[in-house]
Design a protein around this ligand. Structure first.
Ligand SMILES: [Zn+2]
Length: 100
């Protein structure tokens, strides 16, 4: 499974690498000269479900209990899954040196 680049439609990166993507830094596409990035909106939406589960586990379950740790684990997994499966990516063209 891999992530396709919106610009060149070829493989931009393996899917697991999306876990390390953030709105702060774009990553170069593996196939072309563009950068792929995520927006704050898509990033926050992708991790929102996991964050809510995480927060509920913190607020609702007994502190230090096994269930609370399971809740944290579930929240974490949902955040990662959200990033890999539900986070749209965008491409920006990097101006090549010859254009300058
Ligand atoms: Zn590309």
């Amino acid at each position: 499974m891999s992530v396709n680049c919106p610009m060149c439609n070829n493989v931009a990166m393996p899917a697991w690498k999306k876990i390390f993507m953030s709105p702060i830094g774009p990553v170069p596409c593996d196939s072309c000269d563009c950068d792929v990035r995520v927006t704050w909106t898509s990033y926050l939406l992708a991790i929102s479900l996991g964050s809510v589960v995480f927060l509920l586990a913190y607020l609702q379950l007994n502190e230090g209990s096994l269930n609370q740790y399971l809740g944290y684990g579930l929240g974490f997994v949902l955040m990662l899954a959200g990033q890999v499966f539900f986070m749209p990516i965008y491409a920006t063209e990097v101006p090549s040196k010859s254009d300058e």
